[in-house]
Design a protein around this ligand. Structure first.
Ligand SMILES: [Zn+2]
Length: 139
């Protein structure tokens, strides 16, 4: 199907540029709401290790989107949130300790394939997939 292929290609090209924008907007909205009219000095964000979010790109969108808002000029401080799995059977939590320069996927895939030490196979990813606001410092 030609039409589908074209759409996909277009989406792919745009993807690299706009991926972080909705996250930047969501964090900005949340920060402004919590600041309750005060100016924001910095925003500490937790970026999931398996989120595919690029902090520098998020920062760029944030500074662009925040112009004219109480978050204008605010610094973003990033923390990495590791991928955490939990066993559906025994509720044990497994936090994946993966170096910053190592890919997450092979380690995650291995854990998901192995399952839990209790023998259960079903593990859920409960952390490390998205971006969250940790704290806010106001001026
Ligand atoms: Zn278990």
């Amino acid at each position: 199907m030609t039409g589908y292929g074209q759409r996909w290609n277009k989406g792919k090209k745009l993807g690299a540029a706009v991926h972080e924008e909705p996250y930047a907007q969501a964090m900005l909205d949340l920060a402004i709401e919590r600041a309750n009219g005060r100016m924001i000095k910095n925003v500490r964000l937790g970026v999931g290790r398996f989120s595919a979010i690029v902090p520098t790109s998020l920062e760029l969108f944030f500074s662009f989107l925040s112009r004219g808002t109480p978050a204008q000029g605010a610094d973003l401080i990033f923390e990495t949130i590791p991928v955490t799995l939990t066993c559906r059977h025994c509720r044990k939590q497994i936090t994946l300790d993966i170096a910053d320069d190592q890919p997450v996927q092979p380690v995650l895939a291995r854990h998901l394939a192995q399952g839990c030490t209790c023998g259960a196979k079903k593990l859920d990813i409960i952390d490390g997939l998205t971006v969250e606001m940790i704290s806010l410092e106001l001026l």
